[in-house]
Design a protein around this ligand. Structure first.
Ligand code: AMP
Length: 309
C-alpha cells in the first residue's frame, strides 16, 4: 500500500499565493476546497471530487469570524487540526496543501468593540475590532432561507471565499450541496465578478441513518441525534409525495414541519424554492429544492433535497 501523503501546511497568505503562482507557472491546475475544519466524510468527498478535476488540491481550514454573529457558536465551533490532517492523508492521492491562515484578516486595528463599517450588521470580525471594511454581497440570493435568521452569514462567506480565491487563485473550487444556498451564492458571485474559476457542487453525504454529515453533529446528544433523523426522513417523504403527484407546496411544507415538530425539533424554516433563483414557489412545476433548517436542543441543522419533476 502506498504511504499516506502528508500535505504541506501553509499558514501565511503571501506564502500561499507564492506556492500557487509557482505551481501555475509549471502548468499545474489547482482545486480549492474551503472548509472550517473538524472534517468528516462529507468534506473528504469534496476532496475526492477535487482530485479528479485538477493536478493539485488545496484544502483551506479556517473558522471564519466574519460569518458568525456575536450571539452564534463561533467559540464552541469544534476543531481538531491534527485529526483533520490524518483524515486528509487517508484520501487516495492525498492533498497537496492545507492552507490554515493565521493572517487572513488585518488585526492591526484590533480594538475590541471598534465596530467597522458593516452597514449596521455586526459579525464576530467587527466585534473583535479587526480592521476590515470591504464586504462582498450577493444581494438577492443572500436574503432568503438561512439569510433571514443569519443576516451576517452570507456576507461573511462571500467575502472570505473571495479572499481565498484571490490568495489561492484556483482553477476549480468545490462546495457541498449540503449548504445549497451557499453553493448558489458562490456560483453567482463567480459569474457576476468574473472570477476565472469553475465552481462545482458536490452531493450531500449522510450517515447510515440518513442524517446529513455536519461538524456540528458532534454537539447532538444521542437522543437529539435520533430526533434529528426526522429532517431527512420528512424530506424523503415529501419527495415521494411529489412523485405520487402532490405539487402543492403548502401541503408539502406542512407535512415536513409536522414530522419534525412531532420528533421534538424546532423548525427555523422549511421552504420549497427554485433551484437557481432560490425564490419560493407555490406549486412544483420545475426543478426545486426543499430546504430545511431546524433546531434540536442547542444545535441548528440544515438539510435539503433536490426534487425534479
Ligand atoms: P464547513 O466546514 O461546514 O464550512 O463545510 C465546508 C464544505 O463542505 C462546504 O462546501 C460544505 O457544503 C461541505 N459539506 C459539509 N457537510 C457536507 C456533507 N454532509 N456532504 C457534502 N458536503 C458537505
Amino acid at each position: 500500500m502506498a504511504a499516506a501523503k502528508e500535505p504541506q501546511i501553509i499558514t501565511d497568505k503571501e506564502q500561499m499565493r507564492k506556492w500557487s503562482r509557482e505551481m501555475r507557472s509549471q502548468g499545474k491546475t489547482i482545486s480549492l476546497v474551503p472548509t472550517m475544519g473538524y472534517l468528516h466524510e462529507g468534506h473528504l468527498s469534496l476532496v475526492r471530487e477535487a482530485r479528479k478535476d485538477t493536478h493539485l488540491v488545496v484544502v483551506s481550514i479556517y473558522v471564519n469570524p466574519g460569518q458568525f454573529s456575536p450571539t452564534e457558536d463561533l467559540s464552541t465551533y469544534p476543531s481538531d487540526f491534527h485529526g483533520d490532517l490524518l483524515k486528509l492523508a487517508s484520501v487516495p492521492g492525498g492533498v497537496d496543501v492545507v492552507f490554515h491562515p493565521q493572517n487572513l484578516y488585518d488585526t492591526k486595528d484590533c480594538r475590541k468593540g471598534s465596530r467597522g463599517g458593516g452597514g449596521g450588521m455586526v459579525s464576530c470580525l467587527e466585534e473583535k475590532g479587526m480592521g476590515h471594511q470591504t464586504w462582498v454581497r450577493v444581494e438577492k440570493l443572500e436574503k432568503g432561507l438561512c439569510g433571514k435568521s443569519r443576516p451576517v452569514f452570507f456576507r461573511g462567506v462571500a467575502t472570505v471565499v473571495t479572499k481565498l480565491f484571490n490568495i489561492v487563485e484556483p482553477d476549480v473550487a468545490v462546495f457541498g450541496k449540503k449548504d445549497y444556498q451557499q453553493w448558489r451564492i458562490i456560483q453567482r458571485m463567480v459569474q457576476d465578478l468574473d472570477f476565472p474559476i469553475e465552481v462545482i457542487g458536490s452531493e450531500i453525504r449522510r450517515d447510515d441513518n440518513g442524517l446529513a454529515l455536519s461538524s456540528r453533529n458532534v454537539h447532538l446528544s444521542p437522543e437529539e441525534r435520533k430526533k434529528a433523523l426526522s429532517i431527512s426522513r420528512s424530506l424523503l417523504m415529501a419527495k415521494a409525495s411529489v412523485e405520487k403527484g402532490q405539487v402543492n407546496c403548502r401541503e408539502l411544507r406542512d407535512l415536513v414541519i409536522q414530522e419534525i415538530h412531532n420528533a421534538g425539533g424546532r423548525v427555523d424554516y422549511a421552504e420549497i424554492v427554485d433551484q437557481e433563483s432560490l425564490e419560493e414557489v407555490e406549486e412544483i412545476r420545475s426543478p426545486v429544492v426543499f430546504c430545511i433548517a431546524a433546531w434540536f436542543g442547542k444545535v441548528r441543522l440544515i438539510d435539503n433535497i433536490e426534487i425534479k419533476i
